[in-house]
Ligand binder design. Sequence first.
Ligand SMILES: Cc1cc2nc3c(=O)[nH]c(=O)nc-3n(C[C@H](O)[C@H](O)[C@H](O)COP(=O)(O)OP(=O)(O)OC[C@H]3O[C@@H](n4cnc5c(N)ncnc54)[C@H](O)[C@@H]3O)c2cc1C
Length: 262
Amino acid sequence: MRPATTTMRNGQLGFWMADTIGIQRSYPRFEGDETVDLAIIGGGYSGLWAAYFAKTMEPSMSVAVFEAERLGYGASGRNGGWVSALVPGNRMKFAKASATGKAASVALQREFITSVDTLLEILATEGIEADQYKGGTLSAAHTEAGLNRLIAKRASDLSYGMAEDEVQLLGREEFQTRIKIEDVHGGLFYKDVARMNPAKLLMGLADTVSRMGVKIYEDSRVLAASEGTLKLDAGRANSKRTFICTEGYSGPPTRQTPAHPD
Ligand SMILES: Cc1cc2nc3c(=O)[nH]c(=O)nc-3n(C[C@H](O)[C@H](O)[C@H](O)COP(=O)(O)OP(=O)(O)OC[C@H]3O[C@@H](n4cnc5c(N)ncnc54)[C@H](O)[C@@H]3O)c2cc1C
């Protein structure tokens, strides 16, 4: 455990990674020339989950993950640890941006809900211990007006694909059986929210895909990728397919290529 007085500085590992450093495995630097069916650039959740599903669907596929720094150096090792079915952003705007309108937002919500249990089932199947716990989440109303807003929020949740038992309206007493907030007027309980240790999830996932035969390289920045060839400092990799999983490191967002609709 780090001493409480340690100051975190930009560019260092985040809290979760720093806290689990003693139990982390390291992976070799890529050197030489290698040919794989699938090359994945970036060793965060996107890269490792892509490797996991590729190997699950096609076990004979050769897969390599190239990480510039170390696994979890990006947001995957620095996030809040919530595995949540609550769709971030404005569902109405997502619906407007889709050709299928509101049906797309409803489908997205259903995917969010099923993905929470899917994730927990995979961790159980693969024996990944990441302090996972599904306890749901509460929204509390401290005023009558606040409660009315939560009632309206629930109606909207139901219209965007949540089922009655997935967003439960709690009265004051029922709410207080879960958490004793004196001035609470009631609230909402969303059951499909879990929490876990993000670094342990990442490490467990890396161990799992390694066991499945995926090659993982750290300290292996891809300098250029084109037409099935990846150039790295100390070598070159050839691949039939390449997945770029570098999220926030992919370049500055521009007005022409929004990450999601404004
Ligand atoms: C503060 C914060 C809190 C969050 N909280 C939550 C939460 O509670 N719940 C939740 O679900 N989501 C949360 N998120 C979002 C979530 O963490 C990210 O969406 C997710 O981790 C993105 O994973 P990724 O693999 O796409 O990207 P990253 O984890 O950023 O991985 C990209 C990797 O690519 C590597 N890379 C970059 N360039 C190259 C290159 N040229 N060659 C090789 N490798 C390269 C980077 O070093 C990095 O490791 C949070 C995000 C932040 C920032």
